[in-house]
Design a protein around this ligand. Structure first.
Ligand SMILES: Cc1cc2nc3c(=O)[nH]c(=O)nc-3n(C[C@H](O)[C@H](O)[C@H](O)COP(=O)(O)O)c2cc1C
Length: 324
């Protein structure tokens, strides 16, 4: 399938794997890119810029297709060395950067000078317009359904995507709640040029996370996510578990007085325990409502090929038949 996004990124299928903390390692990014999508390494999961340089090199050993790096600008306990991170991305020959959180104006000029395409992920039309106005090449429009940080506007993709289509000139991909060919065709119908998936790509053979994480996603329904840290205006959609229920109790007890330090035990430093060791109750981990649509653990190639075959059948059989 050819869209403005496949053309811009030099990929075969309009399918992107969003950056994911402690999931977006070289193995997953390479598998998605080898399957014809765009795989993305999560920059901030690497402890130092030198580690990120190694991860990029490892990924490039596994694929000669385009890959991306995610650079997230969110409140974190220690501010990362962003200039050094950008330098290793440039030196590593990466051609696409996915930014998220605060807008990437501080790093955009140097990325553009090096011909790197910047896709900014955002959760509202106003932030998408801001990204367009500062020169981002594309945006990833993340609806309220998404795993991770859905923002504070709570607009689901059924509204957000057509709103984005009405306002934006740069191409955009849908993000949040995307799982299969139905998601892709619906996204295209609403004006997107492709789709970005997070949770769906965790439940794949190549995702280098503990099998317990994949099993939890397969077992979960669309009712099993919770929104945490709302009172801090740093909302995160996570899979429910004992730690998350405790976190929500603390939020209730503290009310408007809640501070980040009150919930630090449930959110800080928990990803290695969950993703690497499979200790599923260790804390809050991002997961989308789309878990309700995920029932298997295919390879990335099987997933993308199946998605494209479903999309083709939907467009050329079901929809064509209805229009006749
Ligand atoms: C476990 C997990 C970790 C994530 N970590 C990040 C991250 O570090 N930076 C980022 O920009 N987005 C992160 N995301 C968001 C994804 O890139 C993507 O936008 C989101 O998962 C899309 O929603 P979906 O899960 O419904 O597909 C994460 C998502 C998940 C599920």
């Amino acid at each position: 399938m050819k869209t403005r996004i496949t053309d811009m990124l030099g990929i075969q299928h309009p399918s992107i794997q969003g950056g994911m903390h402690y999931v977006g390692f070289a193995e997953l990014a390479a598998a998605v890119s080898n399957a014809g999508g765009l795989g993305i390494i999560t920059g901030l999961t690497q402890k130092t810029p030198a580690d990120l340089a190694n991860e990029i090199a490892r990924c490039k050993d596994m694929t000669d297709k385009p890959i991306g790096v995610n650079v997230t600008f969110l409140p974190t306990v220690n501010t990362p060395d962003y200039p050094a991170i950008i330098k290793v991305i440039i030196d590593g020959g990466v051609k696409v950067v996915e930014t998220a959180g605060n807008n990437p104006s501080q790093v955009l000029p140097v990325l553009k000078d090096h011909g790197i395409k910047v896709i900014h992920k955002c959760t509202s039309v106003r932030h998408a317009l801001k990204a367009q106005s500062i020169g981002c090449d594309a945006v990833s429009v993340d609806g309220f359904e998404c795993g991770g940080h859905p923002g504070e506007d709570d607009i689901p993709n059924m509204i957000l995507l057509p709103r984005a289509a009405d306002e934006l000139e740069v191409p955009f991909v849908s993000s949040g709640g995307m799982a299969d060919g139905r998601s892709l065709v619906a996204s295209l119908a609403m004006g997107a040029e492709g789709m970005n998936m997070g949770t769906r790509f965790i439940a794949t053979k190549e995702a280098p996370v503990h099998e317990n994480v994949k099993a939890a996603i397969v077992a979960a329904s669309e009712l099993d996510t919770r929104l945490v840290m709302r009172p801090l205006r740093n909302t995160e959609r996570v899979m429910t578990n004992a730690a998350v229920e405790r976190l929500l109790e603390i939020e209730k007890e503290k009310g408007a007085d809640l501070q980040f330090t009150d919930v630090i035990e449930q959110v800080a430093g928990v990803y290695p325990k969950i993703m690497m060791e499979g200790t599923m109750d260790a804390g809050a981990w991002s997961c989308g409502m789309v878990a309700g649509l995920i029932n298997d653990i295919p390879t990335c190639k099987e997933l993308i090929d199946r998605t494209m075959a479903e999309a083709d059948a939907l467009i050329n059989e079901r929809l064509k038949g209805l229009a006749a």
